[in-house]
Structures are given as C-alpha cells and as structure tokens.
Design a protein around this ligand. Structure first.
Ligand code: NAD
Length: 367
C-alpha cells in the first residue's frame, strides 16, 4: 500500500451534498441556519482546498464541544477594547466560523477608514483554516497577516531542540489581493504538520513521513499513534530554529499581546477537548501605502517573475502560495471530496447523535 493511501477505504461526496449534510448536523445540534451555513462553508471549502485536516472531519469534535459548552452555539463577537485602529474582540468561545468572520468584518471596515486595523481576536472556539480569514480580507482589497495560538488542550509541538511538547501547531497566514485574480495566500501551521493531518493518518491507519514526529523519548518516529496513545510523543516545528522561532512568536503575538493568553500550564487542560484560538490580525488597505495602482502592478510583476523560474527536475511548474489549493479545488469540485472511512463513520455517528432524521442521513450521505 502506498504511503498516504487509506487502509480503511474512502467515500467521495459531491461538495454540495457534503455542505448540506454538514449544515443539517449543525442545525440539528441547535445552530441557527446562518451559523450552520458559515460552519459548512468553511469546513467544505477546507476539504475542497485539500486541507482535510480542517474540513468536515472537525464536526464530531465541534458537536462534542457544543455539548460541554466548550463551544458556544449562536454566539457573536463582542468588541472588548476599542482604540479605533486597534481593537480587541472577545469570541466568547463562540463558533470560530462566526466570531472570526465578524471580527474580520469589523477589521476590514476600520482598515478602510484608518488605512490599517490591528485586530486581536481572543477566546474563540476553533477558527479552522486561517487562509479563510486572509481570503475574506483579500476579497475586500486588503492585505492581511494573521498570527494564531491555541490553548485549552494539551501541548502538541516540541520547541526546537526539545524532546517534549510546549505549545501547539500555531498557524500563520498572509494574504495579498490581486487585481482580477485569486489572492496570494500563504497559510500554514508552524509545526511540521497540522495536528488534523496526524488525526487523518491515524484514522487511515497509515504511517507518516520521516521528520515530522518524535516519540516520548525524543526519537524520530513515523507512527501517528504517538500523538494518541501514552506515553505521548510530539510533532516537530517546521524549519528547524527558524520555524520553531515563528511558533514561539505566534504564541507571544496572539496569546500575550492580545490578552488572549498563551499556551502554558495556566491554560493547558490535559484531558480536555477544548480548542481555543486567539488571533492577531493586521489588516492593511493598500490605498494607504504605495497606492493601489503601484501595488497591483508590482504584485503582478513580481509574481510573474517568480513563476517564470525554470522548474527543478521533477517539478511541473513553480506555483505561487494559494495555487496548490485552487488546483485541488478544481479537481474536487469535479470528482467529489474524498473522505476516509473512519471520518465518514464518525460523521454518520454524530448525525445520529444529534437526531438528524434517520431517513435524511442516507439521502444526504449518498454521493
Ligand atoms: P501546508 O503545509 O499544506 O502549507 C500550505 C501553504 O503552503 C499554502 O499557503 C500553500 O499554498 C503553500 N504551498 C504548498 N505547496 C506549495 C508549492 N508547491 N508551491 C507554492 N506554495 C505551496 O499547510 P499545513 O501546515 O498543513 O496547514 C494546513 C491548514 O491548517 C492551514 O489552513 C492552517 O491555517 C490550518 N491550521 C489551523 C490551526 C488552528 O488552530 N486553527 C492550527 C494549525 C493549522
């Protein structure tokens, strides 16, 4: 069996059916239509972009958290500190797909007025794929950069040189709009691999690549099970001391600077399923800097120049950040979204748990 190939089978679901199924689960769990739609939009888009770790496979976790109150349904963002171009927004553990959208709406409006807005979003339930928020800003013509930390659950990622975890997968994103084209979106976890990808590998019962994980003694391993069975191992930070350093900066900017709190013994809940994200976003209106015309022209000139590099042997094309996701989307729109068997079963189980009509489940699930 090839690496990454599922040993538990997979189903392929058309995106619109997956969206309807996800929305129906959230609605049956008590979310308003609008909340259910925002959650489904976000998760299905993550699947379409190929980031299955942040796709509909998160739903069982979300529904578990709404039951405990770790994720608060139908909650909205509230400004907790307002200095005009610098604002702090309390997510109140509401669905990240709702409160982060609302935080970005406010940030975009303020950036249009002041030229820039620095937004601290604190105490939000999981905000998913951070590129989603960069894309929201880019659609409004804004450049944005986002630094995110996570607390509420145990540590997952070892610091550079460490044999035990001290923080989590702390993602970073910058999105740059383009005239008449899709934006440049650089969006990644500062760990070698997102935790959701370890979950997907563990669900699929496949080994991971070398260089991503260490076991409890700090030795390299390819077994995703080290993150699920004691004694626990850790995920390594990406990019050696440079990526390890960025991961630390994410916690300092998103957790300390915003007041949302860092990942530390004060916020770690060892056996908890909570996922709280804090995010520092800097949203900049290009009109307030070099001017829109210069900006748009320079972005196109530079990206064309970068992409004109002769590809290395075995590489088809030099891609700009964001392009791989759009290529995967084109394929998945056409051929359906692959969902591994374990994740699919978890979705069916959660649909029953929220008492989604028994006749509705197979009908909605049919690809
Ligand atoms: P990844 O390693 O797949 O990197 C993705 C980034 O690299 C994208 O910007 C992509 O366009 C770019 N890229 C990939 N291949 C490229 C190529 N050949 N040429 C040019 N650019 C290329 O991403 P990841 O680290 O696995 O993260 C996956 C997702 O998980 C992200 O959306 C991230 O925001 C999300 N995440 C969220 C949380 C959270 O707490 N909410 C935590 C961790 C990760």
């Amino acid at each position: 069996m090839a690496e990454g190939e599922s040993s538990v089978g997979e189903v392929r679901i058309k995106p619109d059916r997956l969206h309807a199924f996800t929305m129906a689960i959230c609605r049956a769990d008590g979310s308003t239509d609008e909340e259910a739609r925002l959650v489904a939009d976000h998760l299905v888009l993550a699947n379409l972009f190929g980031h299955d770790s942040h796709g509909v496979g998160m739903i069982p976790h979300y529904i578990q958290n709404t039951a405990t109150g770790a994720c608060v349904r139908n909650h909205h963002a509230k400004i907790s500190r307002d200095n005009g171009a610098v604002i702090v927004i309390d997510g109140g553990a509401g669905y990240g797909q709702v409160v982060a959208k609302e935080a970005m709406d406010i940030g975009i409006e303020r950036a249009s007025k002041h030229g820039v807005c620095v937004v601290g979003l604190t105490n939000s339930h999981h905000i998913g794929r951070i590129g989603h928020w960069g894309e929201q800003c880019a659609r409004a013509g804004m450049v944005s950069t986002h630094w995110v930390n996570v607390h509420g659950h145990k540590s997952l990622v070892a610091p550079f040189g460490g044999a035990e975890p001290r923080f989590t997968t702390n993602p970073y994103c910058t999105a740059v709009p383009r005239k008449g084209k899709e934006p440049i979106v650089l969006d990644f976890a500062t760990s070698q691999v997102a935790m959701g990808k370890v979950r997907v590998a563990n669900n699929k019962k496949v080994q991971m690549e070398d260089g991503l994980l260490i076991d409890a003694k700090g030795h390299p391993t390819t077994d995703p099970g080290v993150m699920y069975n004691a004694p626990y191992g850790a995920i390594l930070p990406f990019g050696l001391h440079k990526g390890g350093g960025l991961a630390v900066i994410c916690d300092l900017l998103a957790g300390a600077l915003t007041g949302g709190r860092t990942h530390s013994p004060r916020t770690i809940k060892k056996d908890s399923t909570d996922i709280i994200n804090n995010m520092l976003s800097i949203i900049i209106d290009p009109r307030s800097m070099g001017g829109t015309e210069v900006f748009e022209d320079e972005v196109e000139t530079f990206i064309t120049w970068v992409k004109s590099a002769r590809p290395q042997p075995g590489v088809d094309e030099v891609l700009a950040p964001g392009e791989p996701e759009r290529m995967r989307r084109a394929d998945r729109e056409k051929n359906g979204v692959p969902i591994d068997g374990t994740t699919w079963q978890q979705l069916l189980d959660v649909a029953r748990k929220v008492r989604l009509n028994d006749t509705e489940i197979p009908q909605m699930a049919a690809a």
